[in-house]
Design a protein around this ligand. Structure first.
Ligand SMILES: Cc1cc2nc3c(=O)[nH]c(=O)nc-3n(C[C@H](O)[C@H](O)[C@H](O)COP(=O)(O)OP(=O)(O)OC[C@H]3O[C@@H](n4cnc5c(N)ncnc54)[C@H](O)[C@@H]3O)c2cc1C
Length: 437
């Protein structure tokens, strides 16, 4: 029987584990935390339920979340209520389809900038080798780039957008539909509400719980190996985790690819340094009273202003009232960084001050719970290092029976549905093909 070892117990690892058990495999899952679930866990503090920052299930290939693992609890399909906070005003998202609602001078700059694309008629696609910033200017116009795309993504990715490959990111930034841009030039009753579909226009969320319900659906309820993976011996086909040695015929790794490469040691360490990602400090706030009027009933706001530390602020309790005690609301606030995480105390002070300045928090004295988590890695950077390293190294590892899965194991920009489905089908390929998938 094929011995399978899975590294990492987030939703990707759990999905692989579940499938392997269903196929009758000899399988072990190694996870350094006592609780499985990775980034998809929920936390309960002081009557609030927080996720590890906003996690919303966008389904493109599955009819209902109940099809992902065992059916547990009930789910609700939600139409996104998102906005962009620009110069003190909230306009609906997507930004490029609501330019008429912008305050001046942003409105004139953005409208002037889209004249070329309106005349062109058809959306553009990235040129081979084109960098993300050049693509933004060509596809969305200079105004939309300067007022939204550049400052927002520089905060999220914490890097110079000229270093990123537009083609790899294009599915998240499809060039705008000229008809929807034209419709959005009108602000007021004729405005382009709901035009210009995006991948996240709807999402699913548990009816009575946080996103951690997804973990409960996937977790087979068996003990995992609770240890940190410290070494992977590719010659002996053994994983070292704590005091345990786990032999494998096939290995599925969902831990961050650079971490796996360093664990493999020797010549594998070099490629690890070529792979970079931004980090995110995620704040969770439980606040008494109603959300600030500027936030209203919205699920989240994109915040491009470079003078504000955060790039996104969301309201969990606007998604599901059960996530906060009666008379309270709950927020998540995301700050991107590069390199070492910023010092926690000063950053928390800055975030609270700037939430008030931006009109997103009425009174810091009403904050009952304030949590801070570092998510690192958070957003993989598709730069020259990625192009030169990630596909080749994943192929070389697969030839040795080591297969990357999940957002970090593939070192890609993947959501929960992608990683759950792909990890499950990877198990079928790996187990079904003893020569390797
Ligand atoms: C800021 C942010 C917002 C997001 N929002 C959404 C969203 O709204 N919708 C959506 O679909 N997706 C979203 N995602 C993506 C989503 O988080 C991922 O697709 C999903 O969580 C990936 O699951 P995973 O199992 O691949 O990784 P993880 O959940 O990160 O699991 C990896 C596991 O590996 C373990 N591990 C790591 N190193 C070791 C080691 N050396 N030894 C042992 N264990 C180890 C970790 O403890 C962790 O449990 C978001 C991601 C981020 C960063």
């Amino acid at each position: 029987m094929t011995r399978l070892v899975i590294l990492g117990g987030g939703v990707a690892g759990l999905s692989a584990w579940r499938r392997a058990l269903a196929l009758g495999c000899d399988v072990a899952l190694v996870e350094r935390c006592l609780r499985t679930g990775g980034l998809t866990r929920s936390i309960r503090v002081g009557g609030f339920v927080f996720d590890y920052t906003g996690h919303f299930l966008h389904l493109a290939r599955t009819p209902h979340p109940g099809h992902l693992g065992a059916a547990r609890g009930s789910w609700r399909k939600v139409a996104r209520r998102a906005g962009c906070l620009v110069a003190g005003r909230v306009i609906p998202a997507p930004f490029q389809y609501h330019l008429g609602a912008l305050p001046e001078p942003a409105r004139s700059a953005c409208v002037d900038g889209v004249q070329d694309l309106l005349a062109r008629g058809a959306p553009v696609v990235p040129e081979p080798g084109e960098d993300l910033l050049s693509f933004f200017v060509r596809a969305f116009g200079a105004g939309v780039t300067d007022w939204f795309l550049r400052p927002y993504n520089e905060k999220l990715l914490a890097t110079d957008l000229r270093s990123l490959n537009a083609a790899r990111l294009n599915r998240f930034f499809p060039a705008p539909d000229p008809a929807a841009v034209r419709a959005g030039l009108v602000s007021g009753p004729g405005a382009a509400q709901g035009t210009g579909a995006t991948y996240n226009a709807t999402f699913w969320y548990p009816e009575d719980d946080g996103i951690g319900q997804l973990v409960d659906q996937l977790d087979p309820g068996l003990p995992h190996v609770p240890a940190e993976v410290t070494a992977v011996d590719l010659q002996r086909c053994v994983v070292l985790a704590g005091t345990r040695e786990l032999p494998w015929d096939r290995l599925i790794s969902t831990i961050p690819l650079p971490e796996l490469l360093r664990a493999c040691g020797g010549p594998w360490r070099g490629p690890a340094d070529a792979l970079t990602a931004s980090g995110v400090v995620a704040f969770q706030l439980g606040v008494s009273g109603s959300p600030a009027p500027l936030l209203g009933d919205r699920h989240w706001l994109y915040v491009p202003d470079p003078d504000l530390a955060f790039f996104r602020v969301g309201c969990y309790s606007n998604v599901s009232a059960c996530l906060a005690p009666r008379g309270c609301h709950s927020l998540y606030v995301e700050v991107g960084f590069s390199g070492a995480p910023p010092a926690p105390g000063p950053l928390a002070d800055r975030v609270l001050t700037e939430l008030v300045r931006a009109g997103l928090l009425a009174d810091p004295g009403k904050v009952e719970v304030l949590l801070q988590h570092v998510i690192q890695p958070a957003y993989v950077r598709f730069d020259a290092g990625w192009d030169a390293t990630a596909p080749a190294v994943l192929d070389r590892l697969a030839a040795l029976g080591v297969h990357g899965a999940g957002r970090w194991g593939r070192w890609d920009y993947l959501g929960m549905e992608d990683v759950i489905l792909e990890a499950s089908s990877l198990v079928e390929r790996v187990i079904g093909d003893p020569e390797g998938a």
